[in-house]
Each structure stands twice: as C-alpha cells, then as structure tokens.
Design a protein around this ligand. Structure first.
Ligand code: PHE
Length: 329
C-alpha cells in the first residue's frame, strides 16, 4: 500500500489530484484506513508489529502528501509572478485617518483619565427625569420647551446635554464618584458657524467630602493647559445652571496670527446643587450623598476642536469634505 501510495503521490500534478489521493489513501474508505480496520483480524501476537508498521506507513504518506503540496504551492506562486515586472513602482493607496473630533475626544479622555476620572455612559434617548427633573430643572424651564428639545411621541427625548450621565452614575454607585462621559447631545438649535443640532460633549463629575470651587478651577485649568499648552488663557465667568451653584462658563482665548485675540466659550461648570444630590438619594433610596459636595462640567467637543486647530466654522466638522479631513492625517 505504501509503495503504491508513494508512486501515486509523486505523479500528482495539481491540488485537486492531491485531495483525491488523500481521500483515496487516508480517507474513511481509503486503502490504508481499510488496512488499519483489518487489524481486528490479525492474530494477537502479530498485532504490535503490524500496528506499528501501519502507523509508520500513515506517517510517511502524510509527510509525502505535505511535501508534494508545498512543492505544488511553490510552483503556483512562481507562475503567478512570472511576467510581472517587480521593479515597477507601486500604485499609491490613499490611507484614511481619524476625524478631528475623534482625535480631540481621545486626547481629552486621555488627559482626564490620567487625572483619575473613570469612563461612564448613558443613553442618548432619555427620559425627562434624568435630563431635567433630577437636575433641578423646573417643568416651566425654557430648555424643556418643545422648541428647544426633540421629544418622541412616547414622552422620551433626545438628551440635550450629557449631564444626564451625572444622575445615572450616582444612581448606580455610592460616593465618592469621579467620572467623565463623552457623547452626543441634541438641541433644536438653528445651525450656524458655532452651533449644530447634534453635537458632542464631555461631562465630568466629582463628588466626595469637602470638594471645593478651588478643586473645580484647578482641575479644569490643568485640563485645558494640558490640551492647549501652558500659555493658554482661561477665564471663568459667573453663569446660571439649575443643577449647579455657583455656576460658571469657561472661555479660552483663541489667538490666531494676524487677528485680534478672541474669547471662545467652551464649557459650563459649577458646584453640584444639593437638590441634585437629594434627587439621587431619593432615587437610590439612600442617604449616601447627603452632606457631600462636588463639581461638574460639560465641555463642548466641537468647540475644543475649533480652538485646537483654528477651525472657523463648526459645520466643517460634519461635511466630510476630504480636502478638510486630509489635513488631520
Ligand atoms: N449641561 C450644561 C450644558 O450643556 C453644561 C454643564 C455641565 C454645566 C455640568 C454645569 C455642570 O450647557
């Protein structure tokens, strides 16, 4: 059997022949397999010797098949490149790159994680409780208006800010909490050079014992300088949000050569209003958050990208014009 198999293998001319031979010799009904099945009729004293012989035959045939296969493959590879001029220059393959928004988000997340913030997330389709009620926003607040917020017939809505994740994170875990949450938010805003109706924010939240305005300022100043350089001018302006007190808006000075410097608003922030901690405790059925303090911030990611690269019109970020995008590779 072995001699017959070897001479057959030596004559195999292609992959199909190789497979046919493998089946005919080693397959379920193959010649060698059948011989091995005949072992049961071999007298007991001859079994070890015959068995060993058959095993050796199988090993030798398997090796011969493999060798033949390698030889055939090598020949096929040679034939495939014969006649091709390997010295011709290659055609260039245009490579894609990451979108500037992705780049700036990843960079911001990297800096904040280094500062000890963990990633958290929440849904984009929200309920009024997580978007407004728990955030101390009264029913008649203008942000809740149908003219400003996208509502579904079900009463659910597209979240208008990532502050929803503050509530969800505190509902889920006991203090201290130190999280960030990048994600999309939606408002029925008129689209112009600085506004989109679907945009992105990074929310940040830190709640613990004795967190102060100094911690808030220090954290955000450090973050913005890590992102934009140590020379960056940062300004905190008093503002109002229902869920923080005191509240601030943060401006960063944008200096472009040949232009008058301009302050750009990039974030809202403030010290968590105790009413938010109360709403969270009521929802958890706990008093874990009573008496604690904390800060929160919501940073506009498109605005960060605009400052980072001097982008004049926010709409460039959603138009997918490759002449624009190719500049970020
Ligand atoms: N949610 C606010 C906004 O989108 C920003 C903010 C977040 C303000 C956290 C204070 C605290 O405008």
């Amino acid at each position: 059997i072995q001699a017959e198999a070897m001479s057959r293998i030596a004559e195999i001319a292609d992959m199909k022949g190789l497979e046919d031979a493998r089946v005919a010799i080693l397959g379920k009904k193959g010649t060698l397999t059948q011989a091995q099945q005949g072992m049961k009729d071999v007298p007991k004293e001859d079994k070890p010797a015959v068995g060993q012989m058959l095993n050796e035959a199988r090993a030798a045939i398997t090796a011969a098949l493999e060798e033949r296969q390698n030889a055939l493959q090598e020949a096929a590879d040679k034939a495939a490149v014969a006649g091709i001029d390997l010295t011709l220059p290659a055609r260039s393959l245009p490579a894609g790159g990451l979108h500037p928004l992705t780049l700036v988000r990843d960079e911001a997340v990297r800096v904040l994680r280094r500062m000890g913030f963990a990633l958290a997330e929440g849904p984009e389709i929200e309920d009024e409780f997580h978007c407004f009620d728990a955030l101390n926003t009264p029913t008649d607040h203008p942000a809740r208006n149908e003219k400003d917020t996208f509502y579904f017939d079900s009463g659910k809505l597209l979240r208008t800010h990532t502050s929803t994740v503050q509530v969800r994170a505190m509902e889920k875990q006991a203090p201290p909490v130190r999280i960030i949450s990048p994600g999309s938010a939606y408002r029925r805003d008129e689209i112009d050079a600085t506004h989109l109706s679907a945009f992105n924010q990074i929310e940040g939240l830190y709640v613990d014992k004795d967190v102060t305005v100094g911690d808030l300022k220090g954290t955000l100043e450090y973050f913005l300088k890590a992102l934009f350089g140590s020379e960056t001018d940062v300004r905190f302006r008093p503002h109002f949000f229902p869920f923080t007190e005191p509240s601030f808006e943060i401006d960063v000075k944008l200096t472009v050569a040949g232009q008058a410097p301009r302050w750009i608003e990039i974030a809202g922030c403030g010290m968590i209003d105790p009413a938010v901690l109360e709403a969270v405790d009521a929802s958890r059925g706990s008093s874990d958050y009573a008496g604690l303090s904390g800060f929160a911030f919501g940073i506009g990611l498109e605005r960060l990208a605009m400052i980072r690269w001097g982008i004049r019109d926010i709409r460039l970020l959603i138009e997918n014009d490759v002449r624009f995008l190719a500049q970020f590779q």
